[in-house]
Write a protein that binds this ligand. Structure first.
Ligand code: ZN
Length: 441
């Protein structure tokens, strides 16, 4: 052949933007039921991209259309424990009228790729694909086995994605001891000499609850001092206004220590107004990790204005810090009082691991090599990810989806937000960092 093989000259940086745009254009909205249109198509797209470079991906369907793709890359030393890289392919729905560019258009404007999933998390899916394809095309094996999992259903708790695979196909993750996934590794520029990269080492746990009060039903015109609506509303009011005490966990403590050190000013977790003011755009992320929270979100009672119903219900989104579940539940019961019955509609655990070891060193040095003012720091995520499922297998999970962001971008607000977008430069940076990270993993 006289022509050079074009496949050999394509790099991960060349491909990542197109991969991200392609994935955004597959509408993988997750409505919390099985009506989402695109998880199967996304799983097939990913499988095709992995098969093109010689892997043997498998697609697992937990329910019609709810498909996830898994592949294993053999490392230089397959006797070492394996690393998992996981990403979800589903997204939360988007209402196109609210957006500047169509949420499923994958358009490029103002130096960014726009669309639902641009930061949560088709960016990392694309970066992973780009890096893996580049490495396999050029014959660069990772030092140990790497398992890739592109998962359905994360946005509705992972029942038809990560949880399904962990329960039904745990053999896929055999030998895996550590994992990287979403909501970590992004930058927060402190000043011209320092950019923090927040690596997620902890997550809050959750209790999504239904509260019920039973009362005495009756005619709305008559006296009734056992009105379920009144009782429930008082309890919900107390809970909604309650400020749970500040609890500085190990992870939040070390985040604040790193930041104090970086800023040259002590940060007092008890004076959070001042501390959060220093944090700018990431205050939203950090503020919720200082205490347990319980947000009333839904109310239900009655069917006619002149009928006092016998029952009233509310739903509450409760989140607790690692190690504080018992305290949280005791607080809830005290605040709600004896009339309120509390049941979980969905609950999941909190996670916390330490910020040390060879894998953390690999993150730190990969970031520094691409950004001389980088400093990786641990942080606690106020939400939850598929990491909770992989923790069931004893896998130590980190949020590490590296992105260098312009300081003015409201990154935290991008998650599930309108006009979600990711800088093209950020994607390319992420590819370079992940590639270096895989060299040393
Ligand atoms: Zn996500």
């Amino acid at each position: 052949m006289s022509e050079s093989n074009p496949a050999r000259t394509i790099t991960g940086e060349d491909e990542v933007v197109d991969l991200c745009r392609d994935l955004i254009r597959i509408d993988t909205s997750n409505y919390g039921d099985h009506s989402g249109p695109g998880e199967r198509a996304a799983a097939e797209y990913v499988a095709e991209k992995l098969a093109e470079v010689g892997l043997e991906p498998q697609i697992f369907e937990s329910h019609k259309g709810r498909a996830s793709t898994v592949a294993r890359i053999e490392g230089e030393d397959p006797s070492r424990p394996a690393l998992l890289i996981h990403g979800h392919t589903d997204v939360v729905p988007a209402n196109a009228e609210d957006w500047t560019h169509h949420p499923f258009g994958g358009e490029i404007a103002d130096g960014c790729v726009w669309g639902r999933g641009a930061v949560d998390m088709k960016d990392m899916d694309a970066m992973t694909l780009a890096v893996v394809r580049d490495r396999l095309r050029s014959g660069r094996k990772p030092p140990r086995d790497v398992v890739l999992a592109f998962l359905a259903d994360e946005e509705a708790g992972g029942v038809y994605g990560a949880k399904h695979l962990v329960r039904e196909h745990p053999e896929l993750f055999e030998g895996v001891t550590e994992a990287i996934g979403e909501v970590g590794g992004f930058s927060f520029t402190v000043n011209e000499n320092l950019r923090l990269y927040l690596v997620e080492t902890a997550q809050k746990g959750m209790h999504w609850m239904r509260l019920t009060v039973e009362g005495t039903a009756g005619h709305g015109s008559m006296t009734n001092d056992d009105n379920a609506v009144t009782e429930l509303c008082e309890a919900v009011g107390r809970l909604g206004r309650h400020k749970f005490p500040i609890r500085v966990t190990k992870t939040v403590r070390s985040f604040l220590d790193e930041l104090s050190d970086a800023l040259g000013t002590p940060l007092d977790p008890e004076d959070m107004d001042a501390t959060l003011a220093e944090l700018g755009g990431i205050a939203k992320l950090i503020g919720a990790t200082l205490r347990n929270t319980a947000a009333p979100t839904m109310l239900g009672a009655g069917y006619k204005v002149n009928v006092i119903p016998g029952q009233a219900t509310a739903h509450v989104d409760g989140r607790f810090l690692p190690g504080l579940e018992e305290e949280f539940l005791a607080d809830l019961d005290r605040i709600l009082g004896p009339r309120v019955k509390r049941e979980d509609v969905h609950a999941d655990k909190a996670l916390e691991t330490s910020f040390d070891g060879a894998l953390v060193d690999a993150m730190q040095s990969a970031l520094r090599a691409e950004d001389p003012i980088a400093r990786a720091v641990p942080y606690c995520l106020s939400g939850g990810t598929d990491a909770k499922s992989f923790d069931d297998l004893g896998i130590r999970c980190f949020g590490f989806a590296p992105l260098r962001l312009p300081p003015e971008l409201d990154f935290a607000g991008m998650f599930h937000g309108v006009d979600e977008r990711v800088p093209v430069d950020g994607l390319k940076f992420g590819v370079r960092v992940l590639d270096r990270f895989l060299d040393q993993c």
